[in-house]
Ligand binder design. Structure first.
Ligand code: DHE
Length: 495
């Protein structure tokens, strides 16, 4: 009997001491329940990125554990420390670092199989089928319930609302005449929408995990930047036929994700930021999308272009500096100490006392940096009530608006006078609720702010008096884009 008891005790002890997740924790089930909705049960990415060893190669397991437990600032990644214990998190980490048996190919054949084209009624329609200035429409992306609203920018009434693909990300891109708009979703779908007929015209899945899209300066092609596979895809913007697929590799053959792609209108090119290798790619459209590689010292992934598209400013990996690249020379010419992770993609520019300046919020510090574009010096650091994500201005308004996206003051926005570089007003549109992302109307007379909540709203302000004019309920309106400001490349907005 004593022998039996001691054997039982030994078994119990062994069970307690054994690495719990190895035998008892159903990692797949845990992953599917907790992570699958955002990252896909196949781990190929949806709202969140694909979770495969190839995608995670710059992430240590310890850091992955920390991210699952505590979330990741400045992203949609939530903290799971309350729902999952350390062993369960470790089991999920092991699971996502295990290679898939087969990573699906995503080539022309796979893309073609997803393509959906509407009957070409748009050809016969020459004017909008509604009464509103088509160039003063706002396209509002509502990520709360994955819809897009089309807003009349004169009357501030919603004239149409339609279901979008899951998790649109980045700014929609417009043809030069403002008629067609293109959206990219995090799981690779590209959608073409006609702003005259208010119909979806075409869709294609151009990647498994996509970052953003860009339109060529003449509107004839769309570039798609992918994390998975490591590709840059060029689509014909009329029928979404696949024109080219670049397998993204450095000159040394090292494969890389593409962080983002932008159009550079004054260069007639696409410029892409590579995430894993120190190169920037320029596709020269005059030369049939010929690839030009710009070798740099470290990968840069968040860009600001100066007005002439001669220089780009990218943030360095350490989040402490910005690097200035002379695009023609293909060389870095300056390094600006900008601690606190500047969000250069949100940078805007204006004229200040005869100089051209750009301003950028920071994702990790409560400040806006104002940089002199002539010599890349920091002209002023404006203290804010917390780290910000977006910034906006307009040629016809003396004010630029910036949000405080993170921390206890996430419900306020600052309004900065471009003539004095001082904050002139701080507004709180909905106490306790995140207020973010501003866009002006065509003539700069109104600024629209988002309340980033599921039961959120857009709030329209008179851009002179800075008083509220109207509020329209919306479902987490993540971004709004004015057709005119986009197609004229207003210096106060993103491109
Ligand atoms: Fe974005 C634009 C990258 C997280 C909302 N975001 C962009 C662009 C890039 C980028 C490169 C410019 C593309 C363009 O417009 O063509 N975003 C990143 C990230 O690397 C980051 C930090 C991490 C990630 O998860 O990808 C990130 N972004 C977010 C969010 O968590 C936000 C707040 C919510 C969401 O919807 O995912 C978010 N990003 C946006 C928005 C824009 C954007 C609304 C377009 C801004 C504009 O006005 O043009």
């Amino acid at each position: 009997m004593r022998r039996l008891l001691s054997s039982l005790a030994a078994i119990c002890l062994a069970l307690v001491a054994a690495p719990a997740y190895a035998e008892e924790i159903d990692a797949t089930g845990l992953y599917n329940r907790n992570c699958g909705v955002c990252h896909g049960v196949d781990r190929l990415g949806k709202l969140g990125p694909a979770l495969l060893p190839q995608n995670l190669k710059r992430l240590r397991k310890k850091r992955a554990h920390d991210v699952i437990k505590n979330g990741r600032p400045a992203t949609q990644m939530a903290a799971f420390g309350e729902e999952l214990n350390d062993d369960e998190i470790s089991a999920i980490v092991e699971y996502i670092f295990t290679p898939l048996k087969d990573v699906p190919r995503w080539g022309e054949k796979e893309m073609d199989a997803t393509r959906n084209i509407a009957i070409e009624v748009d050809k016969y329609i020459k004017a909008p089928l509604y009464k509103a200035d088509p160039l003063n429409l706002f396209v509002v992306v509502e990520t709360g319930d994955h819809h897009v609203s089309i807003l009349n920018g004169d009357t501030f009434e919603v004239i149409h609302r339609f279901k979008s693909r899951f998790a649109l990300h980045g700014g929609p891109k417009f043809t030069p005449d403002g008629r067609y708009v293109f959206f990219g979703s995090r799981d690779g779908w590209v959608t073409k929408f006609d702003l005259y007929t208010l119909e979806i015209l075409a869709e294609i899945r151009a990647g498994i995990n996509t970052r953003n899209i860009a339109i060529s300066p003449d509107g004839s092609s769309i570039a798609v930047a992918n994390y998975l596979p490591h590709s840059l895809v060029i689509l014909n913007s009329t029928d979404f036929s696949v024109e080219q697929i670049y397998d993204v590799k450095s000159t040394d053959g090292e494969s890389s994700r593409v962080s983002a792609v932008y159009q550079a209108p004054k260069r007639n090119s696409f410029i892409a930021a590579l995430k894993d290798v120190p190169e920037i790619w320029e596709l020269q459209l005059d030369k049939g999308a010929k690839l030009r590689r710009i070798k740099i010292d470290e990968p840069l992934d968040d860009f600001f272009f100066d007005d002439g598209y001669k220089h780009l400013l990218g943030s360095s990996r350490d989040g402490q500096n910005a690097v200035v690249i002379d695009i023609d020379a293909g060389a870095s010419i300056a390094r600006i100490g900008l601690p606190g992770l500047p969000h250069l993609g949100s940078g805007i520019s204006w004229d200040y006392k005869g100089r051209q300046v750009m301003a950028t919020p920071h994702l990790k510090e409560g400040k806006v940096s104002v940089i002199d574009l002539a010599d890349w010096s920091i002209l002023k650091t404006i203290e804010t009530k917390g780290p910000g994500f977006f910034m906006r201005g307009h040629e016809k308004s003396p004010y630029v608006w910036t949000d405080v996206f993170f921390g206890p003051n996430k419900d306020v926005l600052h309004i900065i006078d471009t003539r004095t570089l001082e904050i002139v007003k701080t507004i709180k549109p909905a106490p306790g609720k995140t207020a973010a992302h501003v866009e002006f109307d065509k003539d700069g007379s109104h600024a629209i702010v988002s309340i980033w909540e599921k039961d959120g709203a857009i709030v329209i302000y008179d851009a002179k008096t800075l008083e509220e004019v109207k509020r329209i309920p919306m479902s987490k309106p993540s971004g709004k884009y004015n057709v005119w400001n986009k197609i004229t490349f207003s210096r106060g907005t993103s491109h």
